[in-house]
Design a protein around this ligand. Structure first.
Ligand code: AMP
Length: 114
């Protein structure tokens, strides 16, 4: 552990505004929010990209999706709707190489994304 800024957040070395935590995942508010609600859900183990998810890690990724939906309900954006995004590598716009699920809500989203 320790190769990205998200590992340092998990280790408590860098502060975050926590939205949810359990034994498998941590969720915190994005430092540069792109919507009124912008939360990142990350696994506590280090997986660089979605391309690196192993078959035995599919339940972990499913748990990340469930946690995102739970946070959306708790934060009051579930009824109006929201967007969930995984960026993968350069073309996907990934900046931090520790997989994370973006939860974006509180405004109308555009399609297609940029
Ligand atoms: P991505 O482009 O999908 O890799 O997204 C990385 C996200 O991490 C961006 O939305 C950043 O604003 C966010 N981010 C980077 N550093 C921090 C931090 N220290 N705390 C919270 N969010 C961060």
């Amino acid at each position: 552990m320790g190769s990205t800024i998200f590992s340092k957040i998990i280790a408590g070395e860098i502060p975050c505004r926590k939205a949810y935590e359990d034994d498998r995942v941590l969720a915190f508010h994005d430092i540069k929010p792109q919507a009124p609600l912008h939360v990142l859900i990350i696994p506590k183990i280090e997986i660089p990209t979605m391309d690196d998810v192993a078959p035995n890690q599919e339940s972990l990724v499913g748990h990340m999706v469930w946690v995102a939906a739970e946070i959306a309900r708790r934060e009051g954006v579930a009824k109006d709707g929201y967007r969930l995004v995984f960026n993968c590598r350069d073309n996907g716009g990934q900046e931090v190489y520790h997989i994370h699920l973006h939860l974006l809500g509180g405004r109308q989203m555009a399609w297609p994304p940029g």
